[in-house]
Design a protein around this ligand. Structure first.
Ligand code: DGL
Length: 256
């Protein structure tokens, strides 16, 4: 099983996968050279995803791919599925609570700029007339903050407040927040602290398990492998965090 993200966000998905399938090995690809995907053009994200899968497929006997990134999933899933003959499973922002919304309830969706601008999100907003019921924040900064947090660097409260300002200022604040980026699951506590009421967080962690179960068959990957696209100081800072995911070292893979 190959798991792909631009950064540590996919590890929040891996958490759930490990709980459900504890005895299998994983290849995790962290595309730090291209982080953050949220500010990239759609063409770049599609080509990058194809490149990653093709490169890794040549080295490891992968039988399915998990795009553990909302940005890459919303933009490139249909194209990837056309390009590859193995299952490609993605994480899409779960908009169901917004679709089922009752009067007086405010649902917030927070995702990267690229995800918010994607035609996938635009179509759902239009199809279910969600424009007035869902409050959206598009941010590339929050994924950067999540990267800092897992490296034990301090999280700036001021920056967080600025990101959430438009919701903080509402007379009725959201009580359900859809985390439309896998990085954000690492910041639930910090996000909660921005608001008065307890927040019901919706992330993509559970939904992915259903998708994987559908394609569950034995894979022949001998040990857990952690790959990055650029080995540098920032990557080294991740090592201690990766131990709890049973990754012992980080290897660079050349995508160029
Ligand atoms: N983790 C990614 C997502 O779920 C994106 C972070 C980024 O590279 O901007 O959208």
């Amino acid at each position: 099983m190959l798991i792909i993200d631009s950064g540590i966000g996919g590890l929040s998905i891996l958490n759930n996968i490990k709980k459900n399938f504890p005895n299998i090995n994983y290849i995790y690809m962290l595309d730090n050279e291209a982080f953050p995907y949220g500010e990239k053009k759609e063409k770049f994200i599609v080509e990058r995803s194809i490149k990653i899968i093709n490169t890794i497929k040549k080295i490891y006997p992968i039988k399915k791919v998990i795009i553990a990134c909302n940005t890459a999933s919303t933009i490139s899933l249909p194209i990837l599925r056309k390009n590859f003959n193995i299952p490609i499973i993605g994480v899409l922002p779960i908009l169901k609570p917004a679709i089922e919304i009752k009067k007086n309830k405010i649902v917030g969706l927070i995702a990267t700029q690229a995800t918010v601008n994607s035609s996938y999100i635009k179509k759902i907003i239009y199809k279910y007339s969600l424009k007035n019921t869902i409050k959206i924040i598009a941010t590339n900064e929050l994924a950067i903050i999540a990267e800092k947090k897992v490296r034990k660097l301090s999280v700036s409260n001021k920056k967080l407040k600025k990101i959430f300002q438009s919701w903080i200022a509402l007379s009725i604040q959201p009580d359900t927040i859809i985390l439309g980026c896998t990085h954000f699951s690492f910041l639930k506590q910090e996000i909660q602290e921005m608001f008065y009421k307890p927040i019901n967080f919706i992330d993509s962690g559970d939904a992915i398990i259903k998708g994987i179960k559908k394609y569950f068959y034995q894979e022949n990957i001998k040990k857990n492998v952690f790959l990055c696209s650029k080995y540098n100081k920032k990557i080294k800072q991740l090592l201690f965090f990766l131990k709890k995911y049973k990754f012992k070292k980080i290897q660079e893979i050349n995508l160029n």
